[in-house]
Write a protein that binds this ligand. Structure first.
Ligand SMILES: Nc1ncnc2c1ncn2[C@@H]1O[C@H](COP(=O)(O)OP(=O)(O)O)[C@@H](O)[C@H]1O
Ligand SMILES: [Mg+2]
Length: 270
């Protein structure tokens, strides 16, 4: 990875674009797929909304968009020929490549097209009066991550991982990439940390403490745990994320706590 990055990060003085219509841009990332990035991105957006923030959600996974399903959005965004209007659902301004293509269309997009799609979503969408835009990143350390790191003025990245060694291995690559590109890593979240069985016992299915250990190894903040709870997946499949479905659920309270910390970090200490 280091070698491919070298050429691309060579130009030092590129100007980074701020996403118009929004104060802070926060990406949800992890080099690994299936660790819960999209689930976290959608629920954290809704949690930020529930504590009074104006929020946008940008699904930057061009090959495998999740937002249409997770928010149950079937309509196409309006366009005036110049800009695309985000679709507002659950009080969140949303954009996804999935709104523009048929659900079953395979995404055989090449690298340069991915970059131009990201540019369209960050420069040509009429995001309006947002405190935060949450960017749901694809897995990997590829063109999307590079484009955001080099061309978009991101205020921070939250890295999601399960505590399993195979996920952490990729996460470490992701941390190194963002460090190298000088993107501010807000911290690491341990997702699917444990499962509480009907017997009330705690099962650490993917091992224990791996994410926190990785955070300290790389001198990053550890932001906390989210347990494995089937309700999270069920609500995602229904298109009404758990935080929107039941604000008082113990899991929703965890997401809301994360949201409060993010809000504090950006609006109280600056
Ligand atoms: N804390 C959790 N508990 C239970 N299921 C979860 C949790 N987080 C994510 N999932 C499920 O794991 C799968 C992958 O999540 P997703 O958010 O799509 O991952 P990614 O975006 O990283 O590929 C989904 O089926 C989702 O419902
Ligand atoms: Mg995803």
């Amino acid at each position: 990875m280091d070698d491919t990055l070298k050429g691309k990060t060579g130009a030092k003085n590129f100007t980074k674009n701020h996403i118009k219509g929004t104060k802070y841009t926060i990406a949800i990332s992890s080099a690994k797929g299936g660790v819960g990035k999209s689930t976290f991105a959608t629920n954290i957006a809704l949690a930020l909304k529930s504590i009074g923030c104006k929020v946008g959600l940008l699904d930057a996974d061009i090959y495998g968009p999740s937002l249409p399903k997770l928010f149950s959005i079937n309509e196409k965004p309006e366009s005036d020929g110049q800009t695309l209007k985000p679709i507002v659902k659950y009080g969140i301004q949303c954009m996804s490549i999935g709104f523009l293509t048929e659900e079953q269309t395979p995404m055989i997009w090449r690298g340069p097209m991915v970059t131009s799609a990201i540019k369209t979503f960050t420069q040509k969408v009429s995001w309006k009066d947002l405190d935060f835009i949450i960017v749901d990143m694809p897995p990997g350390t590829g063109d999307t991550q590079l484009t955001f790191a080099q061309e978009i003025n991101m205020d921070g990245v939250i890295i999601i991982s399960t505590p399993q060694e195979i996920a952490l291995q990729d996460v470490k690559r992701g941390i190194k990439m963002f460090d190298k590109l000088k993107v501010n890593i807000l911290g690491l979240v341990d997702n699917m940390s444990y499962f509480i069985g009907d017997d009330g016992k705690k099962y650490s299915i993917f091992g224990e403490g791996g994410v926190e250990k990785t955070a300290s190894e790389f001198d990053k903040k550890f932001l906390g745990n989210i347990p494995l709870n089937p309700e999270i997946g069920k609500q995602g499949d229904l298109g009404i994320p758990i935080v929107e479905h039941d604000n008082q659920h113990e899991i929703s309270k965890i997401y809301i706590k994360f949201a409060e910390n993010i809000k504090k970090e950006f609006f109280e200490y600056k």
